[in-house]
Design a protein around this ligand. Structure first.
Ligand SMILES: Nc1ncnc2c1ncn2[C@@H]1O[C@H](COP(=O)(O)OP(=O)(O)O)[C@@H](O)[C@H]1O
Ligand SMILES: [Mg+2]
Length: 384
């Protein structure tokens, strides 16, 4: 049954192909990799659509028919123990609806986590109930989890989102341990996704690292304007709402097609229009400004928390929108900065805080709305 939703421009999660724009080539590539048991790395900036793409592929018939799929986001994990916790809890909750037999088998293979197996006193249903601290032998549990996946009656696909997080774990040799298990898998294929390109590249493309060349690489660029245009017209058309090509183009250019930001704006434009109405450029511009402004409190506090030097560099980058040669004397002079070395160290810290991105020597504010807000608050503003 098709799900009926009020606004087709969704800004969180995945619903169905109907509300998913393009990504045809990427889906084909990822599905092909999975069907042929190639582990794959998916990389893009945050909010570009990695999770969406993986979910979309996991919903395709070729995959749902033949595989068990698991998707875990490890962004919030800080140790191998937590990884074990989140992975096992997720596998448990995926299996639970399949019935007692599956749950029992789970705890038979993953016997080190047996203490987590409890029955809800009210419903009598099995629950996974253990504190992270009670995971006493994470290495053994991890081994058992892999054993479990390998013994499943269908092949498994495990997607680990924000995989770069494992480099922050305090335990020794995490990468090597995971790599060893993953390498031995015959029944399980992996997708590793991450938004920190340099960390992901480090993990998978440094000859000295355990995961070196162990997976193929899929880079997620913004959705092309032609596809997004079609997507907008399809949904606006269905509701008899109108929007000019020019308007779509300007929004796309200003937001550089960054998926979530595009979805947010089109969601609001869609909401604004009644059937038969067309959005004017002025009105679209007003909506964009009010959307950006709605995050004002967050952005103000982000700025307030920054040391002076970093603030200055952030403002300079925001003013330029795309800044190159930020340590050149020209850039320093233009923006009244102090010295090339202080700009360099400030930029490094801003990168680590994920406030800016660096692609081939071009710096940009990471969050598109934050960039626009900064341009308005500290620069010459922006408009469609
Ligand atoms: N192809 C797409 N078409 C429409 N919306 C999408 C598409 N891909 C992602 N989105 C939306 O954009 C937002 C960000 O995508 P997400 O997959 O969470 O990004 P990432 O995992 O890269 O951070 C989500 O809310 C999702 O609904
Ligand atoms: Mg994601």
């Amino acid at each position: 049954m098709a799900i009926q939703i009020k606004n087709p421009f969704i800004t969180s999660g995945y619903i169905s192909a109907e509300y998913f724009c393009d990504r045809e080539a990427e889906s084909k590539e990822l599905i092909g990799a999975l069907l042929n048991r190639r582990n794959t790395v998916v990389v893009s900036p945050r909010r570009m659509g990695k999770t969406g793409l993986i979910e979309h592929c996991f919903h395709q018939k070729e995959i749902t028919r033949e595989y068990y799929t698991f998707f875990v986001d490890i962004y919030a994990t800080g140790s191998l123990k937590e990884l074990v916790y989140i992975l096992s809890k997720h596998i448990f909750s995926t299996l639970k609806p399949r019935g007692k037999k599956f749950v029992e088998q789970f705890f038979t293979v993953i016997s080190s986590l047996r203490p987590a197996f409890k029955l809800d006193p009210v419903t009598g249903q099995p629950v996974f109930d253990i504190g992270i601290g009670e995971i006493r032998q994470p290495l053994q549990s991890l081994e058992e989890i892999f054993e479990y996946l390998e013994s499943a009656d269908k092949p498994c696909i495990v997607a680990i989102d924000e995989f770069q997080q494992i480099t922050r774990y305090p335990e020794k040799n995490v990468e090597a341990v995971l790599r060893t298990h993953i390498q031995q898998c015959k029944n399980t294929t992996f997708v590793f996704s991450g938004s920190q390109r340099h960390m992901m590249q480090h993990i998978f493309f440094s000859a000295s690292r355990p995961f070196y060349q162990s997976a193929s690489f899929l880079n997620l660029d913004p959705i092309r304007i032609e596809s997004y245009r079609k997507f907008v017209h399809k949904h606006f058309g269905k509701a008899k709402k109108k929007i000019a090509e020019e308007c779509i183009t300007r929004i796309y250019n200003l937001l550089e097609g960054h998926t979530w930001y595009m979805q947010s704006i089109f969601n609001r434009i869609y909401e604004q229009l009644d059937s038969g109405e067309e959005i004017s450029l002025t009105e679209a511009d007003r909506l964009l400004h009010s959307t950006v402004d709605s995050y004002r409190i967050v952005y103000q506090s982000m700025v307030a928390l920054l040391p002076e030097r970093q603030k200055e560099v952030l403002f300079a980058i925001a003013k330029e929108r795309k800044a190159t040669e930020i340590t050149s004397s020209e850039f320093i002079k233009k923006h009244g900065l102090s010295s090339s070395s202080s700009v360099q160290s400030a930029a490094k810290l801003l990168l680590e805080k994920e406030l800016i991105t660096k692609e081939e020597n071009t710096y940009q504010v990471y969050d598109r709305f934050f960039g626009l807000w900064l341009a308005q608050a500290y620069g010459t503003g922006y408009s469609l």
